[in-house]
Ligand binder design. Structure first.
Ligand code: ADP
Ligand code: MG
Length: 249
């Protein structure tokens, strides 16, 4: 059984069938990419995983439990985090402060005020935040104000802000969108390293095939709301249906 199992998901916006009977089975501790041309339905599908949209029909199971009907924060508490489309960085705060906030939120869904517990917790949380910042390569920038960082470093910070919540499933929506080639390659290297070192399942949404090629264990290709092929990366690139989907738009 996969950690994320999607069965027969359909979603319609007025006359448009944005998701057409989508099936997906993501195995634990793998990197599973969902690729497809613009407008294929990738973001719509991802929004069905995080509670922003509810499918018209079908099921979405995470870790053996249905996610349908849960609120976004409940899904987050269950261990699903999304990166890169949520600009939740507090620009006036430092890198370490930014990273501590989601750790507190994950702990109890709010800021509790038990003075003694809070002090010891705060130390633990700071230590964990620091560890994650080192992990993403921001160990030297703990006290830098977020607004002063480059775009690439901001993405790393967002990554650390997610990792500190200790998610089981990390959803990445176009992790290299808008990045220059060098930053893109650095981000790919970082994701590869995290995927191999951490006990986390990654689902990467991407329209650029090349980005996910060296990263993914498994690729599902979405076109016009439907999964047209699911296979290992080696079998995806030259696949006639995939080429048709990309050239046809
Ligand atoms: P992708 O992320 O693969 O580029 P999307 O999931 O954003 O594609 O969109 C899939 C299709 O659904 C597109 O045709 C888009 O215009 C349409 N769509 C997405 N969200 C909405 C919405 N809230 N209302 C109406 N149409 C939408
Ligand atoms: Mg999208």
């Amino acid at each position: 059984m996969g950690i994320l199992e999607v069965q027969n998901v359909n979603k319609r916006f007025g006359g448009l069938q944005a998701l057409d009977d989508v099936n997906l089975n993501v195995q634990e501790n793998t990197v599973h990419a969902i690729i497809g041309p613009n407008g294929a339905g990738k973001s719509t599908l991802l929004n069905c995983f995080i509670g922003k949209l509810i499918p018209d029909t079908g099921t979405v199971m995470f870790d053996g439990k249905s996610l349908l009907g849960l609120k976004p924060h409940q899904i987050n508490q269950a261990g699903v985090s999304r990166v890169f489309q949520t600009p939740e960085i507090f620009t006036d705060l430092s890198v370490i402060e930014n990273t501590m906030i989601p750790a507190f939120a994950r702990r109890d869904g709010a800021f509790k005020l038990h003075p003694f517990e809070r002090i010891s917790d705060e130390k633990d949380i700071r230590a964990r935040a620091e560890e994650m910042l080192v992990n993403v390569g921001l160990g030297e920038k703990l006290d830098t104000v977020a607004s002063a960082m480059s775009r690439g470093d901001k993405r790393r910070l967002e990554m650390a802000m997610c990792l500190v919540q200790q998610p089981k499933l990390l959803l990445l929506d176009e992790p290299t969108a808008g990045m220059a080639r060098a930053d893109t390659n650095n981000m790919i290297d970082l994701l590869k390293r995290l995927a191999s070192e951490m006990d986390i399942t990654f689902v990467v949404i991407e329209h650029d095939m090349h980005v996910v090629f060296s990263l993914a264990d498994r690729i599902s290709v979405l076109a016009q709301g439907h999964v047209i092929v699911e296979d290992e990366p080696g079998n995806i690139k030259g696949h006639p249906k995939v080429q048709e989907a990309y050239l046809g738009t």
